[in-house]
Design a protein around this ligand. Structure first.
Ligand SMILES: [Zn+2]
Length: 293
């Protein structure tokens, strides 16, 4: 996707601002790449997306695309997309959750679409001169909008990504999958796993490891504990469910509860019998090595 600005749009030019002459034959805005935010919510008439009506002076002016722009040097695409959406549409970071991203990779440039979900009521507003308007648009009405060509090209795959990923972790199985002395302190080993998982929620999981479209997915994480590890508390955004009885039953319950509204549920366990049980409720087993510290 090409995004550009008039020379006077930003008196404070950022180090990432500039044109790249790409080996594909085009010029692209963003010396270290660009990113945009695809923000969704569930409205009265189904899924709605925040679209930006692009200012007429811009490349493909008058079409509808996503708030976004050039990344700063050293900035992660997820951070850059949210920052640009703050600048262009008044997005409030605390009201959204990043769920996944998708990269369009050119020889000398890349554009990352960051998919996020609104978790609190919020209305977009024009906050700089790059937009004629920004608003919630029902997904079913997209056909009547003239879309930015690159956004239209990406849309078939992006539609497959308007989902949430929940990762349920079989703590006993994952901790026990490597002989590192965990049996001397099961609660301590499980707390370390929890802290590692908190980082994983931010760093994301590779889409190809999950058989999902796009580049990375940023899961909500449910850690199911049992036995001596039941004392471990939630932290860093990781939810913890302490099993009353058999850990496997609690894992199947957590997987079944999460598998609603098209949510993708992955269950980290190497237990063959449990893998079969979670498949039966619509979840996908993944190997412990994907989530281990
Ligand atoms: Zn290119």
């Amino acid at each position: 996707m090409t995004a550009d600005r008039p020379p006077d749009a930003r008196p404070q030019r950022e180090p990432g601002d500039g044109w790249v002459a790409c080996a594909c034959g085009e010029q692209h805005w963003g010396l270290v790449g660009a990113a945009g935010l695809l923000l969704r919510r569930r409205g009265d008439d189904g899924v709605e997306l925040v679209l930006q009506h692009r200012a007429l002076w811009s490349h493909h002016g008058g079409t509808w695309g996503l708030p976004g722009g050039a990344l700063h040097l050293g900035e992660r695409p997820t951070d850059g997309a949210v920052r640009e959406a703050m600048e262009e549409a008044g997005v409030e970071p605390e009201t959204i959750r990043v769920r996944a991203d998708r990269a369009l990779v050119h020889p000398d440039w890349s554009y990352t679409t960051v998919l996020a979900e609104a978790v609190a009521p919020w209305e977009p507003r024009v906050t700089d001169r790059e937009s004629l308007q920004v608003r919630w648009v029902p997904l079913r009405d997209l056909g009547s909008y003239q879309l930015l060509p690159a956004f239209a090209d990406a849309l078939p795959e992006l539609r497959q990504m308007l989902r949430r990923l929940v990762l349920v972790v079989d703590a006993a199985n994952v901790v026990g999958s490597r002989p590192d002395g965990w049996w001397k302190d099961r609660a301590g080993a499980t707390a370390r796993l929890r802290d590692h998982l908190a980082g994983l929620a931010t760093a994301g999981l590779a889409a190809e490891d999950l058989g999902l479209p796009g580049r990375r997915w940023y899961p909500e994480i449910v850690l199911v504990t049992e036995g001596a590890a039941r004392t471990v508390q939630p932290a860093g955004g990781v939810q913890v469910r302490a099993a009353d009885g058999a850990g496997d039953d609690a894992i199947v319950r957590a997987a079944r509860a999460a598998a609603q509204d098209g949510t993708v549920v992955a269950v980290a366990t190497a237990d063959r019998e449990l893998q079969g049980r979670v498949r039966a409720v619509g979840a996908h087993p993944v190997p412990p090595r994907l989530v281990r510290n």
